[in-house]
Ligand binder design. Sequence first.
Ligand SMILES: [Zn+2]
Length: 249
Amino acid sequence: MKIIFHPRYTEVYTSDPAAGAGRIEAILKELEGAYDFVEPQAASVDDLRRVHVQSHVESIQREKHVYEIACLAAGGAIKAAQIAVGGEASFGLIRPPGHHASPDHCWGFCYFNNIAVALAKLQDDKLIENALILDFDLHFGDGSSNVFEGTEIKYFHPDAENRGKFIDQIVNKFNTEKNYSVLAVSAGFDRHVEDWGGLLTTDDYRTIGRLSREAAERNCNGKRFAVLEGGYNHSVLGENVRAFVEGLA
Ligand SMILES: [Zn+2]
């Protein structure tokens, strides 16, 4: 298991909750020393353009600080994906998040669709044919869904009113969806009992990590990676990420 991390992810690049001071540090505290860290490079404009239109890239470029960190986040997702297809699981400890970024617009603290940029590069490099995205964030990843609608890359966002049904939806999806070259996970932790969604326990994140590992081992030679999306209660975010990563490893 590799953790993809760049020190600049701790920079406060804007004023939304995903960019909050101390958010990344809360996760770092739990993962440092336990896993090997890998530093990514920024995504190039060519990388972004596999997913986003030129006018969208230019609109983000006007905010220099945001653009720099957003390119590093997309580059972090690329690095995580490359490590996964190389045979080792990985987790991108990145921000800003990406799943609300569509080809031509973005919202919800997102700028570029990190997981989509990563999967599009793997496809272009002929490293994968297709993929399954599990997005367990509280919010539906409209960006990821928009990018890949009608393509070989399937997007799945479980949503249920109780914990048991939420986990069951993931189990059922993993039991029925079998044709994918890599499992990519949009890992948002804002559905925790002490976060905005008020539903899942820390141990549920360990379970989701384990289910993801087992599905990847059954269907795609264990090729799996995850990237950080939401999660805003700094007092529980670190242990939730650690529980998920331990299950995924
Ligand atoms: Zn969210």
